[in-house]
Design a protein around this ligand. Structure first.
Ligand SMILES: *Cc1c(COP(=O)(O)O)cnc(C)c1O
Ligand code: SF4
Length: 319
């Protein structure tokens, strides 16, 4: 990777990490609360995270699993992996398995093929999703045989979700790896963490999302920074995040718009926290704001008419 300031800030240690604020926690998104067997996090009814191990080629300073990622020995033994697979096999309600970690591509082609083959054999699964940062952190490790191993998902819909926070991460090698994955018939999505001093400007996010879409990678989520210990210097406020999303809405193709989400601390799940463009009673007449900030009253639903005066129909500049 080139030493751009955005990359240095993400990967180089910073003395500010010593500052642990009172709301920060070791398990910011409550993984431990929802782990029925080792390697599984089951928070939503129809999908589980499967974490075969916690190795990762990156060491992002804001890592939300930083207390576990990179710890030696923190992986599943073959028996534990079998146990986790048995958990999935035994639950027909499960529709999707999300391979996470650490980085599942750190398994290497052979073990990745083994896991995907086992998942592909589970009839009730429809989708396998694989979250990775390896194409950014170490593109050379995403070898031809690694891409070929993705075939083991067979007739399941396999999606690869790239963790990418800045356009500078999409150099020629990363781009080539992503092209190989997409050419193998695997759609790619991206998730981005909103990071102060890295990507918290409309220009930076716009450049990133365009660079992703240009590479056939659909921006999926923009994550509000988690309350991982010692990461306060990376976190923006929700209001700042919303202002950024508003700025992008007026400027960028809908293809380039991710959903801005918060993973509610304590394991309650993710919810969209983007700006709301409606005001008023959604069952009746509401005011709607256009991407330039202009507001107008609109009738919502048959038989309803806008109020006769004051904002009814005519576009009015927001005060
Ligand atoms: C983020 C997450 C998912 C996936 O959520 P989506 O909204 O479907 O992307 C699933 N399980 C857990 C435990 C998660 O943290
Ligand atoms: S890529 Fe993900 S798991 Fe790896 S260090 Fe970064 S945030 Fe943590």
């Amino acid at each position: 990777m080139r030493a751009s300031p955005a990359l240095v800030r993400q990967f180089a240690p910073d003395p500010e990490e010593e500052q642990i604020t009172s709301e920060e926690r070791a398990d910011p998104i409550g993984d431990h609360r929802h782990g029925p067997v080792k390697g599984i996090v089951h928070r939503y009814p129809d999908r589980v995270l499967l974490m075969p191990h916690f190795a990762c080629a990156a060491y992002c300073r804001f890592c939300f699993r930083r207390e576990r990622v990179g710890q030696p020995g923190e992986g599943l033994t073959p028996d534990e992996l079998e146990n986790a697979l048995a958990y999935i096999r035994a639950r027909p309600v499960l529709w999707e398995v999300i391979l996470s970690g650490g980085d599942p591509l750190m398994l290497g082609p052979e073990r990745l093929r083994h896991v995907l083959t086992a998942l592909a054999a589970i009839a009730h699964l429809g989708v396998i999703r694989l979250h990775t940062r390896l194409p950014v952190a170490d593109p050379q490790r995403v070898s031809e045989s690694m891409v070929a191993a993705l075939d083991a998902a067979r007739d399941k819909a396999l999606y690869v979700v790239l963790h990418c926070n800045h356009a500078d991460e999409l150099g020629p090698e990363t781009t080539a790896v992503c092209r190989a994955i997409v050419r193998a018939g695997v759609p790619m999505l991206a998730q981005t963490v909103l990071l102060k001093g890295v990507n918290d400007t409309p220009e930076s996010l716009a450049a990133l999302f365009r660079a992703l879409v240009r590479r056939r990678i659909k921006p999926y989520y923009l994550h509000q920074g988690d309350l991982a210990r010692g990461t306060a210097h990376f976190r923006t406020t929700l209001a700042e995040g919303q202002a950024l999303m508003r700025a992008l809405r007026g400027e960028l193709s809908g293809l380039c718009q991710p959903t801005y989400v918060l993973d509610i601390p304590g394991g309650h799940g993710k919810v969209p926290v983007g700006p709301c463009y409606l005001e008023g009673d959604p069952a009746g007449i509401v005011e709607v704001e256009d991407p330039q900030g202009t507001r107008a009253g609109v009738a919502n639903g048959a038989g309803k008419t806008p109020p006769p005066e004051g904002g009814g129909g005519a576009l009015t500049r927001r005060p």
